[in-house]
Design a protein around this ligand. Structure first.
Ligand code: ZN
Length: 145
């Protein structure tokens, strides 16, 4: 049976949910908070991103952004749509590059918005700019996801 994977908003734990039980009120295995199964992007800090990249059985898409960045605000709802479309198969998160810079430095972010894709603990693709939803769908497909 296919499984979906969700990150707990409250404690960051990843939970595996059978695809047919997605809307059955799944709870976090650790803290028992109701899981957000919408696929809505969650803001994570550098330490939380490290754990996520390390542990996630599904690809992690990271939006490196800043509040002052206009194109970032344009891209944000586009990636929210992508997250909703691929809820449970892809985890979309956001890193505020004003407060958290170590991952941005590590993967070589120069301009924002920058989108990086991680799979199996490794960075596998990156792209920049406020591009439309169709672009990101193709980009994921080209990356094998
Ligand atoms: Zn939890």
């Amino acid at each position: 049976m296919a499984h979906l994977h969700f990150r707990c908003r409250s404690c960051g734990q990843l939970s595996r949910v059978p695809a047919d039980k997605r809307n059955a009120g799944a709870k976090c295995g650790r803290c028992k908070t109701a899981l957000d199964v919408s696929g809505a992007p969650q803001v994570v800090d550098d330490a939380q991103l490290s754990r996520l990249v390390d542990k996630s059985p599904v690809p992690v898409l990271v939006d490196f952004y800043a509040d002052w960045c206009g194109p970032c605000r344009t891209l944000s709802p586009v990636l929210a749509n992508l997250g909703a479309e691929r809820a449970g198969e892809l985890i979309v998160v956001k890193v505020d590059t004003e407060s958290d810079q170590s991952w941005a430095r590590r993967v070589g972010v120069r301009g924002i918005p920058a989108v990086h894709l991680f799979s199996g603990g490794r960075a596998i693709a990156s792209e920049t700019g406020a591009r439309p939803l169709g672009f990101w769908r193709d980009w994921l497909r080209r990356s094998g996801h």
